[in-house]
Design a protein around this ligand. Structure first.
Ligand SMILES: C[S@@+](CC[C@H](N)C(=O)[O-])C[C@H]1O[C@@H](n2cnc3c(N)ncnc32)[C@H](O)[C@@H]1O
Length: 236
C-alpha cells in the first residue's frame, strides 16, 4: 500500500512513522508513506494556504488551490479524473463531519492500494475540496481537534495492521475486539499470583478446549456489560 499525507505540519509525523510497527511495515516494504508539505503547493509568494471566509465569520479557511495541486501532483492527473476514478485509490479528507472510523471501515480502507490523506486546519477546508476532489470524508469521533494530523495518524496505525504481513501473528487480528462484534476476552500474564490476585485457574490448566470455551463466554459477558450495542450489530 502507498499512503500520501498532505499537511502543513509534516514534522508531526516524524516520531509516529519512525517507531514500532509502522516503522517495521515500511522497512519490510509493506507500506510506503510520503509526507507532503501543503505549503510547497501554494502559488503565493509567502506560501500561504489559508484565507478569510467569503460571507464573513471567524477564523480562516484552507484555500482550495494548494490542496488540489498537491493531490494532482501525487496522482499526476487533473482533478476531473481524480474523484471516484479508481476503486483502489481513495482521496480522504480527515474531518469531524465525516463517517466515523470504526473496525469495519478500517478493514475496508486496508483493501485499497493507495490512500491520500488531507489534513485540515483552522476552520476547515474550502467546500470545493469536499465536493470535487475527495472520495471520502472520515472522522475519528464526535469531537473537534485542532488539525487533521492526529486523525491521519490514527487512521494509518489502524489500517496498516490489516495489510498482510505487517503483524507477526495473523491470529491476533482474528481474536481482537470488534471482530465478530465482540470485545476481546480478558488477558493475563505471569506471575500467576500477583500480590494475592490470582489468574483464573482454567488458564493454567493446559486444557485448550475448555480454555477456548471459557474465553468465548468471558468475551460475551464483557461485551454484554460494556458494549451491548455491538451484540445488536450496531457497532458496524
Ligand atoms: C478545528 S477543525 C475544523 C472544524 C470545522 N470548523 C467544523 O466545525 O466542522 C480543523 C481540522 O481538524 C481536523 N479534525 C478536527 N476534528 C476532527 C475529527 N474528529 N476527525 C477528523 N478530523 C478532525 C479536520 O481536518 C479539520 O478540517
Amino acid at each position: 500500500m502507498r499512503i500520501d499525507i498532505i499537511t502543513i505540519f509534516p514534522k508531526m509525523f516524524e516520531a509516529v512513522l519512525n517507531e514500532s510497527i509502522i516503522k517495521r511495515a515500511q522497512r519490510k516494504g509493506k507500506v510506503k508513506i510520503f509526507v507532503h508539505n501543503l505549503r510547497d503547493y501554494s502559488l503565493d509568494k509567502h506560501r500561504k494556504v489559508d484565507d478569510r471566509p467569503f460571507g464573513g465569520g471567524s477564523g480562516m479557511v484552507m484555500k482550495p488551490e494548494p490542496i488540489f495541486r498537491a493531490v494532482e501532483s501525487i496522482l499526476g492527473k487533473d482533478y476531473k479524473k481524480i474523484q471516484g476514478n479508481s476503486s483502489k485509490t481513495k482521496v480522504i479528507l480527515l474531518s469531524p463531519q465525516g463517517k466515523i472510523l470504526n473496525h469495519q471501515l478500517v478493514k475496508k480502507l486496508a483493501k485499497n492500494r493507495h490512500l491520500i490523506l488531507i489534513c485540515g486546519h483552522y476552520e476547515g477546508v474550502d467546500e470545493r475540496v469536499r465536493r470535487y476532489l475527495i472520495d471520502e470524508e472520515i472522522s475519528i469521533g464526535d469531537y473537534i481537534l485542532t488539525g487533521g494530523e492526529l486523525p491521519a495518524m490514527v487512521l494509518i496505525d489502524s489500517v496498516i495492521r490489516f495489510i498482510p504481513g505487517v503483524l507477526g501473528d495473523k491470529k491476533s487480528l482474528k481474536i481482537e475486539s470488534f471482530e465478530y462484534n465482540l470485545l476481546e476476552y480478558p488477558q493475563y500474564t505471569r506471575p500467576a499470583n500477583f500480590r494475592g490476585m490470582k489468574v483464573p485457574k482454567i488458564l493454567l490448566s493446559g486444557d485448550h478446549k475448555r480454555i477456548k470455551e471459557y474465553r468465548e463466554k468471558e468475551a460475551l459477558k464483557l461485551t454484554l456489560n460494556k458494549r451491548p450495542d455491538l451484540l445488536l450489530g450496531k457497532g458496524d
